[in-house]
Design a protein. Structure first.
Length: 206
C-alpha cells in the first residue's frame, strides 16, 4: 500500500485549519468573544471539538488565532488593493470606505470582530499586543498615502505620522455609533464627515 506524500497531507491540514479559522471569525462576529465556545466553532466548521483542541489547545488560543486571522487577512487584502491605486487621495478614500463598510450594522464580520478585539485585548496581554500591531499596520497604510501626496504635491498640508493617528482615531470613534445604528451617524453621514476632515487636514489640490 502506497503512503500519500506527507506534504500533501500538510497542505490539506493547513487548508482545513484556515477553514476552521474562517468559521471561528463568523462565530465571533455573531456571538462575541465571551459567547464563542469550541462547540460553536465545531458546529460552524463541521470539525470535531477534539480536532479543534488539537489545533489550538485552549478556547483562549482559538479566539486569539481567529482574531489574528481576521486582521491579517483584511490588512493583507487592503495592502494589495491599495498598491493598485496610484492616487494618494483615492487610497485614503479606499481606507475610509473599507472601515466604514465593515462597521455597517448589516456587515457580516469585520467591524464587529475589530470591536471585539478591543474588548478582549483590554484583558488579555497577547491580544493587546496583536491589536497594537494592527493599529501600527493601519497607521502605516494611512501615513504612506499622506506622504505620497505631500511628495507629489497632491496635498498642500499634512503631517503623515500625526495625521495617521488622528484619522484612524476618528474612524474608530465614528465607527462605533455607526456599528450600533445611531440614527445621527449613518454610514453615509460618517463618510461625509471623514472626507471633509481629510480635506481640512490635507488640503488636496484636486
Amino acid at each position: 500500500m502506497t503512503t500519500p506524500p506527507t506534504h500533501r497531507a500538510g497542505r490539506r491540514a493547513g487548508r482545513r485549519k484556515t477553514e476552521v479559522l474562517q468559521a471561528a471569525v463568523r462565530v465571533l462576529a455573531e456571538r462575541g468573544a465571551e459567547g464563542t465556545r469550541f462547540q460553536d466553532v465545531s458546529a460552524a466548521s463541521g470539525v470535531p471539538v477534539s480536532t479543534l483542541q488539537y489545533y489550538f489547545g485552549s478556547r483562549e488560543d482559538l479566539l486569539i488565532a481567529a482574531f489574528r486571522h481576521a486582521s491579517e487577512t483584511e490588512t493583507a487584502f487592503l495592502h494589495d488593493e491599495l498598491a493598485q491605486v496610484p492616487d494618494p487621495w483615492d487610497r485614503l478614500v479606499r481606507i475610509i470606505d473599507t472601515v466604514l463598510q465593515g462597521v455597517r450594522p448589516e456587515a457580516p464580520e469585520s467591524g464587529r470582530v475589530w470591536i471585539e478585539s478591543w474588548r478582549y485585548g483590554m484583558r488579555d496581554e497577547e491580544m493587546r499586543q496583536d491589536v497594537l500591531r494592527d493599529y501600527e499596520a493601519w497607521r502605516t497604510l494611512i501615513s504612506d498615502a499622506i506622504r505620497a501626496g505631500l511628495d507629489t504635491g497632491a496635498f498642500a498640508g499634512g503631517d503623515p505620522e500625526a495625521d495617521a493617528i488622528v484619522i484612524l482615531s476618528l474612524l474608530d470613534g465614528i465607527g462605533l455609533p455607526t456599528a450600533i445604528g445611531d440614527p445621527a451617524v449613518s454610514p453615509e453621514r460618517a463618510r461625509e464627515l471623514m472626507l471633509s476632515t481629510l480635506t481640512r487636514l490635507l488640503q488636496p489640490s484636486q
